[in-house]
Write a protein that binds this ligand. Structure first.
Ligand SMILES: [Cu+2]
Length: 308
């Protein structure tokens, strides 16, 4: 009956099934009773209405029974919730960073991933940090969900109980690409996890290019992919040096993506919109990125287009 992939699933599912069952019994029972009374007590000619003056037993029952049911619901709810705020001391700690519109999982020492990778049967504490607005980290298979609020140190924890790949979502509407703020939670056997972690550690040692860091920290790659996929804006992959059709206030024209075009696109995004994309979605970065920053970004874009 409890098929969740973490230790939290049983408490959550039990509460959910109990409340759902009570609600189903009531809605079916009340509906049947209502239909019965409509048919049985409909207005008949010449029949005087009966007058009632209360019924102590009936009133006692409809106060006592729901009160008991609500207390049982509270008991199940509390029994499922209390352990969620009580993290074992030996839990491994990972920081989840939410930003518009991606998740990043920080393992410390500069080791950051897009997907949450954890070993099976080990307690994991996930500290929750937001770099901009309110987000909410939700891993349905683990039955855990907590708000990620800027300036507030929230957390969640769990023990994954089944090897597999599960969805990670944001459940707090956080803007345009909220629905694509997705990641995976990968639960591995301990030996596979150790292997992954060792590789990850080696990879993390290689410093990221400055241009990439600038794009990431400014939030550019939430809307412009690096792998060629189309998001809100054109992908950065193979962008530099190519020709595009752009829409200007004066009409369509062909341009070549060069240094000048990139500076102008960052400072005046609505001037020349690549055909097929929408106006008004990007702010000007003239207050955020200096010309020197844009030079670093341009060099990185050249490397993505194989020009360096
Ligand atoms: Cu979000």
């Amino acid at each position: 009956m409890f098929t969740g992939a973490s230790n939290m699933a049983e408490g959550v599912d039990r509460t959910f099934i109990f409340i759902f069952t009570i609600a189903a019994i009531f809605i079916i029972g009340i509906t049947i009773f209502m239909i019965y009374t409509v048919i049985h007590f409909n207005r008949k000619k010449g029949k005087p209405a009966m007058q009632f003056r209360g019924n102590v037993w009936l009133e006692a029952i409809w106060i006592i029974v729901p009160t008991i049911l609500v207390f049982i619901m509270f008991h199940f709810g509390w029994a499922g919730f209390a352990p969620m705020r009580n993290v074992p001391d030996d839990a491994m700690v990972i920081t989840a960073v939410g930003r518009m519109w991606e998740w990043e999982f920080d393992y410390g020492d500069g080791m950051k991933t897009r997907d949450l990778v954890v070993p099976v049967n080990k307690p994991v504490r996930v500290n929750l940090k937001s770099e901009d607005v309110n987000h909410s980290l939700f891993i349905p298979a683990f039955r855990v969900k907590e708000d990620v609020i800027p300036g507030y140190n929230n957390f969640l924890w769990f023990i994954p109980t089944m090897v597999g790949e599960y969805e990670v979502l944001c459940t707090e509407y956080c803007g345009l690409l909220h629905s694509s703020m997705l990641a995976k939670a990968k639960v591995l056997e301990q030996t596979d996890y150790d292997k992954w972690f060792a590789e990850f550690k080696n990879r993390a040692r290689e410093p990221e290019p400055d241009g990439y860091l600038l794009l990431r920290n400014t939030g550019c790659i939430a809307c412009h992919s690096l792998d060629g996929s189309n998001l809100v804006g054109p992908s950065f992959k193979n962008l530099f040096g190519t020709e595009r059709t752009v829409i200007t206030p004066a009409g369509q024209k062909r341009i070549k993506v060069d240094e000048e075009y990139i500076v102008n696109s960052i400072y005046n995004p609505d001037d020349e919109i690549v055909a097929g994309y929408n106006k008004g979605l990007m702010q000007s970065y003239s207050d955020i990125l200096k010309e020197a920053d844009i030079q670093v970004i341009t060099d990185y874009l050249k490397s993505l287009a194989g020009e360096q």
